[in-house]
Design a protein around this ligand. Structure first.
Ligand SMILES: Cc1ncc(COP(=O)(O)O)c(C=O)c1O
Length: 462
């Protein structure tokens, strides 16, 4: 899917059963592979690497100018307003914590119980109106309207500020939230709206201005730019009024203790030397994806997502988990469970025996997964497969075939439980020969020694 080439795509990986296979990565929702254009851009700039806003050498001049240009690439990618601030962070979690830190004291927060923990937990210091899982996108509008109306009628005569915060797309089901419609509801009550776009940004064009959204946050590593940067984009006023998120060099205008004059955002919240390479990688990814997201990538991904759901639905005992019915748009993420099969074992065997990477667990969205699985569910966890650039129809067919075989026959190897995960036991797969491979192997061996041993026999899932 898409024309974006990826680093390590189709790389050979070892199998526990012997031999090697070309790997298939279906875990884009956790972290996406690096786009070669991003890697190449970083390699190209490395010889020019220098301190940002801190040096007089030529590399410093280059990097300082580029760091500011990166903000413009992010601004264009998000459809931000000219006066929105673009603050570089470590990731979405960092961005949302920064925003939570910057909320006015009187701010009440509104959000659904469906959120990733990164958009669930940072707000807990405030009054939070936690809305239940809606039955449909239309129901989400009704729930939000009612909650905001009650707050406006309530104590304090509706004075004070309000923030609605929601994911653009669910990291569990891939379902896309009606962001613009929810923003309209928020506006009716004078509330601001923040969008956790960690899962939306790699799959849909963002349009902060058109949607009338106040803040957007996302991570480089989910956007084919795994160099440790994220971003928070949005209205500067609350951010400029808040104390710096971190204090230190770069966040100040002038220090004459005890007096400190803090810089406005973005520098106010970017103390310390920036992760220039990460920011540059993220901005490059924004540039690389900008056009494809507006010309065909979305449709192609929708087609492949529909194929993925159809293929999985044919597997006996497999249940696809969704919040809403199938009419509603979704990005290429599906979560499922298979009757009588341990999700962690399926996921471990897919990797160890077929070279296919998916994820199992509760995806840092425990309340939503609990809701989707229901109380009586065996393990409380599920399997998630997620696609993105580089994935083809054949990949989806191969995945469905491997899963169906595994469901029918059970694993061909032994696995043991390690906490909530399963690992091959023994695991004969050689580590790749890396410069620091010896240490990595040693640590892995030590972990195995320490791990509680609860062997699960071959075929136990069958
Ligand atoms: C919807 C959503 N929000 C936030 C996050 C947190 O992202 P990060 O781990 O990059 O901070 C994730 C990560 O999976 C996510 O899916």
């Amino acid at each position: 899917m898409g024309t974006t080439a990826l680093v390590g795509d189709r790389q050979w990986v070892p199998l526990v059963t012997g031999g090697e296979v070309r790997r298939l990565d279906l875990d884009y929702a956790a972290t996406a592979p690096c786009a070669t254009q991003v890697r190449d851009a970083v390699d190209e700039i490395l010889p020019w690497y220098g301190s940002v806003h801190r040096g007089d050498g030529f590399p410093s001049a280059v990097c300082t100018e580029l760091q500011e240009a990166c903000r413009e690439s992010v601004r264009a990618f998000t459809g931000a307003r000219p006066d929105d601030t673009v603050i570089f962070t470590r990731n979405t979690t960092d961005s949302l914590n920064l925003l939570a830190h910057a909320l006015p004291e009187d701010c009440e927060v509104f959000g659904f119980a469906t959120e990733h923990h990164a958009n669930l937990l940072p707000w807990e210091r405030r009054t939070v109106h936690r809305l239940p899982v809606p039955e449909s996108p239309e129901h989400a509008l009704v729930l939000l309207d009612a909650a905001l109306a009650a707050a406006v009628r309530g104590a304090g005569g509706g004075r004070g500020s309000r923030l609605v915060t929601l994911a653009g797309a669910s990291n569990v089901t891939g379902e896309v939230w009606p962001v613009a419609e929810l923003a309209r509801v928020a506006r009716r009550y004078g509330a601001r709206i923040a969008v956790d776009a960690a899962q939306l940004a790699p799959h849909r064009p963002l349009d902060m201005t058109g949607w009338d959204v106040d803040y957007v946050a996302f991570s480089g590593h989910k956007l084919y730019a795994p160099y440790g940067a994220g971003v928070l984009v949005g209205r500067p006023d609350w951010l400029d009024a808040a104390p710096p998120y971190l204090v230190g060099g770069g966040a100040t205008r002038h220090v004459d203790l005890p007096t400190v004059a803090w810089a406005p955002s973005p520098q106010r919240h970017e103390a310390g030397s920036p992760n220039f390479l990460g920011n540059y990688a993220l901005a490059t990814a924004c540039e690389v994806l900008h056009a494809p997201l507006r010309s065909g990538l979305v449709e192609e991904e929708e087609r492949l997502t529909a194929l993925l759901e159809r293929e999985l639905a044919r597997i006996p005992g497999l249940c696809l988990h969704r919040m809403w019915d199938g009419r509603h748009p979704k990005v290429g993420t599906v979560t499922f469970s298979v009757r009588g099969r341990e999700p962690g074992l399926l996921s471990a065997a897919l990797s160890a025996e077929y070279g296919i990477a998916v994820r199992t667990g509760r995806f840092c969205a425990h309340p939503l997964v609990k809701h989707l699985l229901g109380e009586g569910h065996d393990s409380g966890s599920a399997v998630r497969a997620s696609i993105g650039c580089g994935i083809t129809e054949q990949d989806i067919i191969d995945f469905a075939w491997a899963l169906a075989r595994l469901v029918e026959r059970g694993p061909a190897w032994s696995y043991r439980a390690e906490g909530a995960r399963f690992v091959p036991d023994p695991d004969p797969r050689p580590m790749p020969q890396l410069r620091h491979g010896a240490q990595v192997r040693l640590r892995a061996a030590e972990r195995r020694e320490e791990a509680p041993r609860a062997p699960v026999g071959a075929g136990c899932g069958g």
